[in-house]
Structures are given as structure tokens and as C-alpha cells.
Design a protein around this ligand. Structure first.
Ligand code: SF4
Ligand code: SF4
Length: 79
């Protein structure tokens, strides 16, 4: 279980995330280009919430800085 060995990773709050609000024109997630590790993708295209591949997250928090709606936060698990 990769997530159990992981201590910190970015998590998306789908109740806050709204691509039509953060980018009303193109519906593109600002966190996607912010992640230099390419771990955030809008798998279903523009105007859909992105997916974060948490098991590879480096915990740099660039995506948190990039999201204008504060929909991404740091999750810490483990001892
Ligand atoms: S994570 Fe943030 S920047 Fe990305 S689509 Fe959701 S609200 Fe917009
Ligand atoms: S914390 Fe860093 S590595 Fe993890 S998803 Fe966000 S930008 Fe990518």
C-alpha cells in the first residue's frame, strides 16, 4: 500500500474545486502546470476537477500555492 508508507501528500477537496470559477474561459486547472512532477491531470478534460496522483507526491506544495480557490491542502499521515 503505497499511501500507507507516504507521510505527506496533496489532497483535493472536491467540494471546493470548481474549474468554471478558477478559469471561467478555458476551464483549465492552475495546479496542473504548477506541479513540476506532472502529478496533477484533468483526466476528463477542461472544466472537470483534476486528479492528484498522491502516491508520487513530493510534498512541495506548489499546487497549493497555485489554486486560487484553496481547494488543495496538505495531508499528513503516519506517526
Ligand atoms: S484544484 Fe484549484 S485550480 Fe485546479 S481546478 Fe480545482 S479550483 Fe481550479
Ligand atoms: S505537492 Fe508538489 S509534487 Fe505534490 S501534487 Fe502538489 S505540486 Fe505536485
Amino acid at each position: 500500500m503505497s499511501l500507507q508508507s507516504k507521510k505527506s501528500f496533496a489532497s483535493l477537496d472536491y467540494t471546493r474545486c470548481d474549474p468554471s470559477r478558477c478559469d471561467p474561459v478555458e476551464g483549465l486547472c492552475a495546479a496542473v502546470p504548477a506541479c513540476s512532477h506532472k502529478l496533477i491531470k484533468q483526466l476528463d478534460g477542461p472544466f472537470t476537477s483534476p486528479v492528484i496522483f498522491q502516491d508520487m507526491c513530493m510534498g512541495c506544495w506548489d499546487c497549493i500555492e497555485a489554486c486560487p480557490l484553496d481547494a488543495i491542502s496538505a495531508t499528513h499521515i503516519g506517526s
